[in-house]
Design a protein around this ligand. Structure first.
Ligand SMILES: Nc1ncnc2c1ncn2[C@@H]1O[C@H](COP(=O)(O)OP(=O)(O)O)[C@@H](O)[C@H]1O
Ligand SMILES: [Mg+2]
Length: 375
């Protein structure tokens, strides 16, 4: 049964602040995935200009984890929190400079934590990418190593080793990316094999040929022994796999992917459709491994359904579209909220009302030269 009826006339007053606050707590505070809830997944949805990036930036500053095996159900305002390691996907036009200690304190002087910010760039792009603040006259970003660091990486594994623990790591994926053969094998084989086997079994049934059911698992893969040039966004699958494999259980990581359709598109090309199946499957491991993931998108139908169906929490912004597959809300509900208001939902279970502020001293937009405009 749906909890909201547009005709009820209750409007915003009928939306629960308590449930809204509870969902905000559950999304930003994480406990251990073995004994308690673990990492979460969330998606902020709404049209351009509705405040998605502003909201994500504030979530990125507020994520924290509980120590000593405590559960978030007993959390109070005085419970100590550990800052999590944040990974923020860097885009060509971005606002990550908002997060540096100097800039954040100008806007929110009461923030208890000052998180170091570090930009990570692929070594082959080191000379190629240049960072500017979009002001007049435009000014090149200064990496002073203190307020704002800069590091290069050669592989996803190298990047993992370079991550600033408890800091904000802005990661620029390689502009030209080759998926390594062994990773292709590991990630694709299982999925392709399953699919191939399924199809073979179907055909077998049809033809009544028993021998086809034992398909050879060494099916030929798309790469034929070479590294494969892949859409740059696929680098994230590799990085997430690295995290699942290497990250110790007691370390908490939150990943932020703004404009997530660039990384998990609804219609991925060719073989990458299969890789996305893997991405959806490994989201189950994220929870247990204390990895949280936050997406934003204009419309959930722009994201692959195998991922959206596994997202636990949705944040509906003004004018966003809800869909029955992922939400218990009727679409007109998002028309009655205004900028700075959001409807948090535990997908198809409960929903409420919450608010967030604009960033009072928003620094100028970051513009990166040398990377494709679509990222
Ligand atoms: N809570 C808010 N109250 C008032 N203005 C806001 C609020 N959140 C964001 N804005 C403003 O709205 C504009 C668009 O915000 P942005 O976060 O970039 O949206 P989106 O990422 O959805 O395109 C910005 O100018 C921002 O300052
Ligand atoms: Mg945005």
């Amino acid at each position: 049964m749906k909890h909201y009826r547009p005709s009820s006339g209750r409007g915003k007053a009928g939306m629960s602040r308590e449930i809204g606050a509870e969902i905000m707590r559950d999304v930003t505070i994480h406990d251990d995935g073995m004994s308690h809830f673990g990492g979460i997944s969330a998606c902020v949805t709404g049209p351009m200009g509705c405040g998605k990036t502003t909201f994500l930036l504030q979530l990125a500053q507020s994520v924290g984890s509980l120590t000593n095996g405590k559960s978030k159900e007993n959390y109070t305002a005085s419970t100590p929190l550990m800052p999590e390691t944040v990974i923020w996907r860097g885009r060509q036009l971005d606002y990550w400079n908002t997060l540096t200690p100097n800039n954040w304190c100008k806007s929110f002087p009461q923030t208890p934590l000052k998180r170091q910010v570090c930009v990570h760039v692929f070594e082959n792009d080191d000379e190629k990418l240049r960072f500017f603040e979009d002001r007049i006259p435009s000014r090149e970003v200064v990496f002073d190593g203190n307020n704002l660091g800069y590091l290069t990486y050669s592989t996803a594994s190298d990047l993992y080793s370079n991550l600033i623990k408890g800091g904000i790591n802005v990661v620029y994926e390689p502009t030209v990316y080759y998926l390594q053969t062994d990773i292709v094998e590991e990630l694709v084989k299982r999925t392709l094999y399953d699919l191939r086997l399924k199809r073979l079994k179907k055909e077998t049934k049809k033809k009544k040929k028993e021998e086809d059911a034992d398909a050879d698992p060494n099916i030929s893969l798309m790469h034929e022994g070479r590294d494969v040039q892949a859409p740059s966004g696929i680098f994230w699958y590799e990085l997430l796999e690295e995290l699942v494999k290497r990250k110790p259980q007691r370390e908490y990581v939150s990943i932020f992917i703004d404009e997530a359709h660039q990384v998990i598109p609804m219609t991925p090309p060719g073989e990458f459709w299969h890789l996305l199946a893997w991405f959806g499957n490994s989201m189950i491991d994220f929870r247990r491994k204390n990895i949280s993931i936050f997406f934003s998108t204009h419309d959930t139908k722009h994201l692959d359904y195998r991922v959206t169906e596994r997202i636990l929490y949705y944040f509906w912004m003004p004018g966003s579209r809800t869909y029955p597959r992922v939400s218990m809300l009727d679409p007109p509900i998002t028309r009655i909220i205004d900028k700075g208001e959001v409807i948090p939902e535990l997908s198809n279970r409960k929903w409420g009302y919450s608010q967030f502020d604009a960033i009072p001293h928003q620094p100028p937009l970051i513009r990166v030269e040398g990377m494709p405009a679509s990222t």
